[in-house]
Write a protein that binds this ligand. Structure first.
Ligand code: GDP
Ligand code: GDP
Length: 442
């Protein structure tokens, strides 16, 4: 399971700076919690060997009275959701009353937390750390978020420890619940009330679907393995309607962390949106996250039933405009309630999975690259033309194409896009982002 790291600390200690270093998300997902002025920000990242999710809790200022108001409600929620808490302090400012209040609070939580001394650039960090020794938090990580110094080591350290402290926590859970993800993992995500639960029941309720007895739960989402026409699937149900094969509603709030974990863990994400509300900001943020994670994606526009013709036309126009940036994703107008078009979703899920995991040969890829470079030569840089020599496949899901050549650092973004589009067109890759990486070999 992808671990969740929460950044906690008073304002101005460098949480946002660290958040930006740790995530590769173009858009942080924001949990809009009614009544709260400061939002939590969620992002996904990978700077070492394994991915993680980061939550920036927003500032906890020491000005409020009493611990309850000091720890803003949303920060509490973020700590609850986290596997690892990074408690940031400002090494230059030294220990403050607000730091002490936050520390008091953290000690009462049943969580693993680490003290992180930020802004250790050009000061004596060991001396600064002495100031924080009274907190009794043990050895601190020394970082300078603004330069990225110490950040990689810190992440490696906490993730390593997390793994060591949870030896096969996942497997154990799976053993007791005897759930195993099989075949294509499909993550069903979307905002509250768009119809995820209804769709999950539809997808499983089709005649030929066999729901295994051993469907069980994890702390996060419900994993439901099943088979359809001989193909194995595992539904990752973030709405959490089914347990152990039985259907019963569990009143569960929408959780951003659950959604992000489901996206990370899925092969193909089905993003459910509500036709009556159209594409809203949060839908776009979720799509941005799917792209950053490199997942294959199918868009299900739900509640298509009972809509007037002109309204349908208007929604379609809006969809094609707002989803232009992800034009490789198949869009289906469905009614989860009536089951209309739900079967067709599987065609696109299968297609997206096939495209995301297809084996691409070095010969074929290199030929496409050569043809593309003949039609549009790469530009000249410092009087020398960029040369792209050959390429081969890297990882799958997302399909990654590694291109070797000289001056590859100078390849303009527009040319990279041109190559990506060419590979997509020639190879007929639908439903998944493609990653292009360059390697310089002079
Ligand atoms: P937040 O309120 O905790 O999210 O803090 P910010 O990330 O907004 O940072 C507050 C200020 O500290 C900004 O001016 C940052 O540029 C600065 N800052 C953050 N990290 C470092 C660091 O490692 N070294 C130094 N010198 N300044 C930093
Ligand atoms: P979730 O919060 O995303 O899991 O959404 P639910 O599946 O609980 O659905 C929210 C509401 O939308 C429920 O009242 C459903 O009956 C309704 N709903 C779901 N799918 C459809 C649909 O295709 N058409 C219509 N008209 N209503 C739907």
């Amino acid at each position: 399971m992808v671990p969740v790291i929460a950044l906690v600390g008073r304002p101005n200690v460098g949480k946002s700076t660290l958040f930006n270093r740790l995530t590769r998300s173009r858009d942080a997902l924001v949990a809009n919690v009614a009544g709260l002025t400061r939002d939590r920000k969620y992002g996904e990242g990978k700077i070492g060997a394994s991915p993680y999710i980061v939550v920036d809790t927003g500032g906890i200022s020491g000005d409020e009275e009493g611990i309850d108001s000091v720890m803003a409600e949303q920060s509490l929620a973020a700590i609850q959701e986290a596997d690892i808490v990074l408690f940031l302090v400002d090494a230059r400012a030294g220990l403050t009353a607000a730091d002490e209040m936050i520390a008091d609070h953290l000690r009462k939580q049943n969580k693993r937390y680490h003290l992180v001394l930020n802004k250790t650039d050009s000061i004596d960090a060991d001396q600064a750390e002495a100031d924080f020794a009274v907190l009794g938090f043990g050895e601190a990580f020394h970082i300078a978020a603004v330069h990225g110094r110490g950040v990689r080591g810190m992440i490696d350290g906490v993730l390593e420890e997390n793994k060591a402290l949870n030896p096969e926590e996942f497997d154990e859970e799976y053993e007791t619940e005897t759930v195993k993800a099989r075949g294509i993992k499909i993550g069903i995500v979307g905002r509250p009330n768009v119809g995820k639960s209804t769709l999950v029941n539809r997808l499983l309720g089709e005649d030929r679907v066999v729901v295994y007895d051993q469907a069980g739960t994890t702390r996060d989402s419900v994993y439901i393995p099943y088979e359809r026409f001989g193909q194995e699937y595992t539904l990752i149900d973030t709405a959490g309607v089914r347990r152990r094969g039985k259907v019963h509603e569990i009143a569960e709030k929408f959780s951003v962390v659950k959604t992000l974990k489901a996206i990370e863990d899925a092969n193909v994400v089905v993003l459910v949106v509500d036709a009556r509300e159209g594409i809203v900001e949060q839908d776009l943020h979720m799509l941005g996250f799917v792209l950053d994670a490199g997942r294959a994606v199918v868009i299900a526009v739900n509640k298509w039933d009972g809509m007037k013709e002109e309204e349908r036309k208007r929604v379609k126009e809006e969809l094609s405009r707002r989803l232009e940036f992800i034009n490789f994703a198949r869009i289906h107008m469905i009614s989860a309630l009536h089951g209309t078009n739900v079967g067709h979703l599987y065609e696109s899920i299968d297609e997206a999975y096939e495209c995301a995991t297809r084996k691409l040969s070095t010969n074929q890829l290199t030929r496409i690259l050569e043809d593309a470079a003949k039609i549009h030569q790469p530009p000249m840089v410092r009087n020398r033309r960029i040369k792209l020599r050959y390429c081969h496949a890297g990882a799958m899901n997302p399909p990654t194409i590694i291109i070797h050549g000289n001056q590859t650092d100078e390849v303009p973004a527009s040319y990279k896009r041109y190559l990506e589009n060419t590979f997509r067109k020639v190879l007929k890759i639908m439903g998944t982002p493609i990653r292009i990486e360059f390697r310089t070999s002079e």
